[in-house]
Design a protein around this ligand. Sequence first.
Ligand SMILES: Nc1nc2c(ncn2[C@@H]2O[C@H](COP(=O)(O)OP(=O)(O)OP(=O)(O)O)[C@@H](O)[C@H]2O)c(=O)[nH]1
Ligand SMILES: [Mg+2]
Length: 278
Amino acid sequence: MFKAGFVALIGRPNAGKSSLVNALVGEKVAITSSKPQTTRENILGIVNGEDFQVVLVDTPGVHHSKNALDRTMMKNVRSAIAGVDLIIYLVDGSKSPDGEEIEYIEHLPEPKIVVKTKCDLPKRQNFDCDIEVSALAKTNLDKLLKMILEHLPEYESPHYIYDPDFYTDKSIKFLIAEEIREKALEMLHQEVPHGIAVEIIRFFEDEKAVCIDADIICEAERHKGMIIGKGGSVLKEIGSTVRKYAQQLLGKKVVLKLFVKVEKNWRDRPDKIKSLGY
Ligand SMILES: Nc1nc2c(ncn2[C@@H]2O[C@H](COP(=O)(O)OP(=O)(O)OP(=O)(O)O)[C@@H](O)[C@H]2O)c(=O)[nH]1
Ligand SMILES: [Mg+2]
């Protein structure tokens, strides 16, 4: 019997959804960071086996909306919930869920599995859940996969929803843009990271190299200075890390040029949000 289906990973910002998707897929599908609200759109991570294909849907963290980007992110969560065979709700194992979160979990449609994450950390809460996992220490991942398969539709013959050679639905361009955003999230603080978006404006390949130009979009002139850094140091570090990543991904020399652009209040502009693909 072959099992195949869609599984949405839902939870508060920073709960560990993207880390768990990456750990289950065994490839870096989604960027992660210690700053909340890292993931902005639904990203598929495909786990392939001889007799199964699990399509994981990584989603943005559930939070109260303050702007148009937040509202788009929450729309992405709702559409993920509506279109899957199973919901996995992730509770951050290092924090106690509040009443609002418990009520949210109760109202999620069945079937669902409640997972406590980050079980490698010293426990600080005793919330009742179906299974505890650690994406970093790779604890209980096989057990979770088994639980997932129990809930998926069964087929008499192989039923691959996606080509099993792929581990995500996202393009190389997307992965590189996100890698730039991840490095920026890591290096920048306070209000800057949340106001950043990345747009690949040129992607040109010849026999010798791939030339990539990307805009790092921010919300204010003062943010631009912080992203560039003293003598260009921050931008240089982002560029050199991401260039190495892109070279590995493409198996070719990469020439990466980064530009910083100010787009005031872009997070409140639905047209800009749409053109960025969120
Ligand atoms: N110790 C430990 N840390 C973890 C684990 N899983 C995730 N983290 C950390 O938790 C933070 C958030 O992880 P993400 O995977 O980005 O969380 P997320 O739920 O996708 O967050 P959003 O995209 O913002 O909603 C990062 O700093 C991760 O390194 C884990 O199993 N153990
Ligand atoms: Mg995420």
